[in-house]
Design a protein around this ligand. Structure first.
Ligand code: CA
Length: 229
């Protein structure tokens, strides 16, 4: 695993199964968060904004399918991949699961190898840099595994915060990020940092990217935040 360790929320009421999942995900380098039921899952999603959710269908109280429905209607979490886990193998259930917005569906008993492969496949789409994919935007290439950034022929020297900022931008070119969203993503939710700090680091990132006189790829969106391109 490379920069910006992705977080996975495991929602499973059966303790033994939850432990196996958490153990294996942590072993693969993920930051693992766990919930025992649907209500706890909904709270943790709001608090932690995980990068991916592994969601058991049959849960006490709010069911997995209801949790999925609730998070997929929220703009902040619509893009978060959800993999539903179910003991029910009927095709109609799979269709129902995917209809509520789940991104993938896996049937118990599953192989942990296959489950990890599905997790990575989802993250490759939603958080490509986190699984070591080389990102490219116009003449900028970011290699998260080697922790290097190139622009044309030049290697750019970025500080760790600027590197994480650029990674965030390059994972979703064109998307406008508010300062608060960048703080959550780059600095983490547990740390209090003034939003003006974001501006300071954006300034440093721009300077580093334009070191050889290249154009500024970062757009300031008045009243909204920043975007790449
Ligand atoms: Ca269950």
């Amino acid at each position: 695993m490379s920069d910006m360790q992705p977080s996975v929320l495991v929602v499973e009421d059966e303790q033994a199964q939850r432990e196996v999942l958490c153990y294996n995900l942590a072993d693969e380098g993920f930051r693992v968060i766990q919930a025992k039921d649907g209500n706890e899952a909904l709270l943790l999603i709001e608090e932690e904004a995980p990068d991916l959710i592994l969601l058991d269908w049959m849960l006490p109280g709010t069911s997995g399918i209801e949790v999925c429905r609730q998070i997929k209607v929220k703009p902040a979490f619509r893009m978060t991949p959800v993999i539903m886990i179910s003991a029910r193998s009927e095709e109609v259930d799979k269709v129902r699961g995917l209809e509520t917005g789940a991104d993938d569906y896996i049937v118990k008993p599953y192989s942990i190898i296959e489950l990890l492969a599905r997790v990575k496949a989802q993250l490759r789409r939603s958080r490509p840099a986190s699984v070591g994919i080389r990102l490219r935007y116009e003449d900028i290439v970011l290699d998260a595994e080697a922790h290097k950034v190139f622009r044309g022929q030049h290697e750019m020297k970025l500080g760790p915060t600027e590197f994480r900022l650029l990674t965030t931008f390059m994972e979703r070119p064109g998307r406008v990020w508010s300062r608060e969203q960048l703080l959550d993503r780059v600095w983490g939710r547990d740390i209090y940092v003034d939003t003006r700090t974001v501006d300071v680091h954006i300034g440093r990132l721009r300077k580093a990217l334009g070191h050889h006189g290249e154009g500024d790829p970062i757009r300031t969106v008045r009243g909204a935040g920043y975007a790449l391109g």
